[in-house]
Design a binder for this molecule. Structure first.
Ligand SMILES: Cc1cc2nc3c(=O)[nH]c(=O)nc-3n(C[C@H](O)[C@H](O)[C@H](O)COP(=O)(O)OP(=O)(O)OC[C@H]3O[C@@H](n4cnc5c(N)ncnc54)[C@H](O)[C@@H]3O)c2cc1C
Length: 471
């Protein structure tokens, strides 16, 4: 795809937003709800209706095409557009914004953002609100050494997410100037203040405020710009783990009540934090391409069910001195799995426990039928560091007391699942950088890792910018 720039009508705006993911879209929505500012929203990918992934359509086993930019992660709606669309309504999940605005304010922001998703078509139903039964699960979990973070969830589903994002797009149309296929290459600063942006073709567009929301896709660009502008950054942790697949009936004691259960555990072998992530009741295991590396993921539909439930077990690692490349570390482990298997390795838990590889024949004997076809039966102990594997096996043992059957021989493990988080910019409580009127929000700024907090971060910056401009 060529990156032909869309025409921009003016040379100067009140506010420029970089990136049309949830963070950028919610910043724009907040601004038009507040005043008549002139707002330009720049997005390097395509408009929603034009986003089509040839790899997903033709070779659902992974990307060998490498579109620039990628239609899965870039374009109107950002990397969340074709996501499972789980809106997790808890300040403890999906980012670190409570460190900036405090828990109470974050709770208010989450309710506000959630209301907007519903306004644009997210379903009314919220899972995980039966407090009596949740308390019983929490008590049982505590006895097993697990901490339950109960988070109400509104589930849009992979199929409904684009419709919600299109409704937002229609509403913004005419009130915010949106330029897709337009890549920002530089942030312009004059006298210590944001002054606009420079586009890939060298055009300068001026503004009083710049809000950058480039997502994980644009995080390395942001790191380079931050270095250029003398802004400080710190590394976030890297989460490495496996995707677990079990019969849906095994997880029903949790999923019927909570939909997605977030469990935290400190492993008995290393005292590392292990957590469940992205639980998909009756869902499907899927693949994801990070450049030339294929990792595993999972999702579920609002109107299609499998017989299984899948979730990730992730081990968080924060490197200290002198190592500064958590993303390279995570990619290297995922690459090992790609080297040994075709891309994703699959192993029965029972085989892993007795130190034998899973073969096609052993997999066929499993009572759990994999929802991801085409992964290579193999031995995950040749891929995962002992520490991570031990942590995950400890957690499965602990979980088995809460949900009997999860630690069974036929439980399927897929590897490797890796979650990279962008380096974090030094920001004020309003998400403003040390450069006046330059705000950094969403996953790209390293302050969020989910749809709701990313959206909330856009609102925080928009409100702060609007207030400043009104003064
Ligand atoms: C497969 C998948 C499933 C997920 N499922 C869920 C889920 O169920 N629930 C949940 O809460 N979260 C989920 N997430 C995470 C969620 O999608 C992200 O946390 C969220 O989209 C982050 O929003 P953002 O606006 O910060 O960044 P993004 O959504 O990544 O958007 C950033 C945008 O900026 C654009 N951009 C980048 N650089 C530039 C530049 N230089 N110039 C112009 N434009 C630029 C990009 O093209 C992109 O469109 C999922 C993510 C993936 C990948």
């Amino acid at each position: 795809m060529t990156s032909r720039k869309q025409k921009i009508s003016k040379s100067s705006y009140d506010i420029i937003i970089v990136g049309a993911g949830p963070a950028g879209i919610f910043a724009a929505l907040e601004l038009i709800r507040r005043d008549n500012w002139s707002v330009l929203l720049l997005e390097k990918g395509l408009d929603l209706g034009k986003r089509q992934c040839p790899a997903r359509d033709e070779h659902p086993v992974g990307c060998e095409i490498g579109c620039r930019p990628c239609n899965i992660t870039c374009g109107w709606g950002g990397s969340g557009a074709f996501s499972d669309g789980k809106l997790t309504l808890s300040p403890e999940v999906g980012g670190w914004l409570s460190q900036y605005v405090g828990t109470e304010e974050l709770e208010r922001l989450i309710a506000y953002v959630d209301g907007i998703y519903v306004e644009y078509g997210a379903p009314q139903q919220v899972h995980g609100t039966d407090h009596g039964r949740i308390e019983a699960i929490r008590q049982q979990a505590m006895q097993d050494g697990l901490r339950l973070v109960d988070a109400p969830i509104r589930h849009m589903g992979t199929d409904r997410c684009p419709a919600v994002l299109q409704a937002m797009r229609n509403d913004i149309n005419g009130r915010v100037e949106v330029a897709t296929r337009t890549t920002v290459s530089r942030i312009l600063v004059e006298d210590g203040r944001a002054a606009g942006v420079e586009l890939q073709d060298g055009t300068a567009v001026r503004s009083r405020v710049v809000i950058v929301a480039p997502g994980r896709e644009g995080s390395s660009w942001l790191v380079d710009e931050a270095a250029e502008l003398g802004l400080e950054m710190t590394n976030n942790a890297v989460d490495i783990g496996l995707r677990v697949e079990v019969p849906a009936i095994v997880m029903e004691p949790l999923t019927d009540i909570l939909y997605e259960s977030k469990l935290l555990y400190f492993s008995k072998s290393f005292e590392d934090e292990v957590r469940t992530f992205c639980m998909n009741p009756y869902g499907f295991v899927s693949k994801e391409a990070y450049g030339d590396v294929i990792t595993v993921n999972g999702h579920s539909y609002s109107d299609r069910r499998s017989e299984n439930t899948n979730f990730a077990l992730l081990v968080s690692t924060r490197f200290t001195e002198p190592f500064k490349e958590p993303i390279t570390y995570g990619r290297s482990i995922a690459r090992l799995a790609n080297l040994l298997g075709k891309d994703i390795l699959i192993q029965r838990l029972g085989d892993l426990q007795i130190g034998q590889r899973t073969t096609e024949e052993r997999l066929e004997r499993s009572t759990v039928e994999p929802t991801l076809k085409g992964s290579t039966p193999g031995d995950l102990s040749f891929v995962m560091p002992y520490r991570h594997l031990r942590d995950i096996m400890d957690m499965l043992e602990a979980m088995d007391k809460l949900v009997p059957g999860v630690n069974s021989r036929d439980t399927l493990l897929y590897g490797v699942e890796v979650k990279f988080y962008s380096a974090r910019l030094e920001l004020s409580s309003e998400l403003e950088t040390k450069i006046e009127n330059l705000y950094a929000v969403g996953d790209g700024a390293g302050v969020t890792r989910g749809l709701v907090q990313a959206s909330a971060s856009g609102v925080i910056a928009a409100r702060a910018a609007a207030e400043k401009m009104t003064d």
